[in-house]
Design a protein around this ligand. Structure first.
Ligand code: PHE
Length: 341
């Protein structure tokens, strides 16, 4: 009987060593060690019928040792098979080129926003924020667009309920910042805005940077000097700007700043509609009623404000034709754009 057990275990060891894959190995484990009808398990159950106590003890011990050895051999062969895919025999070739590194890129919108912060920080502006889910009051009423005001219609608004909405611009933060910081102050507000819009130059979510400068004696010349400095820093020394009258309910007077076309330089092309100019931002002197809504005395202080689309500025600076490309996260697009930025 003892000889039989050794013979069976020996065969098991040979078969394990020759097993060609993990499935075959698992089959062997079942065949020899399987709890219910594995060969060694069955033999172990059979020793109960041996009358001689000492012989029974001996055989039991032998079977236990063999079970352990077969089980270890199976584990060892399993480890071999699992690493078989890695070719250990091939010599290490230190001259082989490394696999190319795939580096992530910043989104152009992130790059442009960072550049704007840097430029305005040089002029003494600090960054403030406000909620994206905003009260109708702050988004419209307190910036001079009471209920029923026709200018409300020009913003296709996502309403949440009667009093709350997704802010359609960053201008409500003008009011929040005035109430919080008083006068004088110089702040910019880079942040998300939302409008029900979707085409090659509009997205339902986009970014604006709002600017607000309040002090005694602030005049149009301060506004123009600041924004012309910005345009040259952001778009380069060759960029030219021009000013056109406009209307916003929260500024008076209101001005739009246009940039000489980034493609044709002003001679006229399809991007600028053959005018040579591109709209860049809205601005103006803060309306006295808005100052008052922000708790600031318009007889003592005046200020200017501006609002600019960050995607739009990034598209003009990096020559991107379709705003949707900015959000598709295709590295083939992001790579050259952010490398040139
Ligand atoms: N809030 C305006 C817009 O979204 C931009 C703007 C801001 C204009 C501040 C003037 C002053 O179009």
């Amino acid at each position: 009987m003892t000889d039989d057990v050794h013979a069976i275990a020996g065969r098991a060891m040979d078969e394990v060593a020759a097993a060609g894959d993990l499935a075959e190995l698992e089959g062997l484990r079942q065949r020899y060690l399987g709890r219910r009808d594995g060969t060694l398990s069955t033999l172990r159950r059979g020793i109960g019928s041996i009358g001689d106590v000492e012989a029974r003890r001996q055989l039991g011990q032998t079977i236990n040792e063999l079970v352990t050895r077969v089980s270890e051999a199976i584990d060892g062969r399993r480890a071999q098979l699992e690493t078989a895919g890695e070719d250990h025999d091939e010599p290490l070739d230190l001259t082989r080129p490394a696999p190319p590194l795939r580096r992530g890129r910043l989104n152009p919108v992130t790059i442009a926003a960072g550049e704007m912060r840097r430029i305005f920080a040089q002029l003494g502006y600090t960054v403030v924020g406000g909620p994206e889910v905003e009260y109708d009051r702050y988004n419209f009423t307190l910036v001079n667009q009471p209920p029923g005001h026709p200018a409300r219609d020009s913003h296709d608004t996502f309403y949440i309920d009667d009093s709350r909405l997704l802010r359609t611009h960053t201008s409500p933060v003008q009011i929040r910042s005035m109430l919080q910081h008083g006068a004088p102050q110089r702040v910019i507000v880079p942040g998300k805005s939302f409008r029900r819009d979707y085409d090659a130059s509009h997205l339902p979510m986009f970014h604006q940077v709002e600017g607000l400068c309040i002090d005694e004696g602030i005049a149009i010349s301060d506004l123009k000097g600041t924004l012309e400095y910005f345009a040259h820093s952001f778009f380069g020394r060759d960029a030219r700007v021009r000013w056109r009258p406009h209307h916003f309910p929260f500024t008076e007077p209101s001005l739009e700043m246009e940039l000489s076309c980034v493609v044709c330089g002003g001679t006229g092309c399809s991007l600028c509609g053959h005018t040579g100019w591109l709209e860049l931002l809205g601005s103006g002197l803060v309306h006295p009623a808005v100052l008052r809504n922000g708790g600031i005395d318009p007889d003592r202080y005046s200020g200017f404000a501006f609002g600019m689309g960050i995607e739009r500025a990034a598209m003009l600076a990096y020559g991107v034709q379709d705003i949707r490309l900015l959000y598709e996260n295709d590295v083939r697009f992001l790579q050259p754009v952010s490398a040139g930025a």
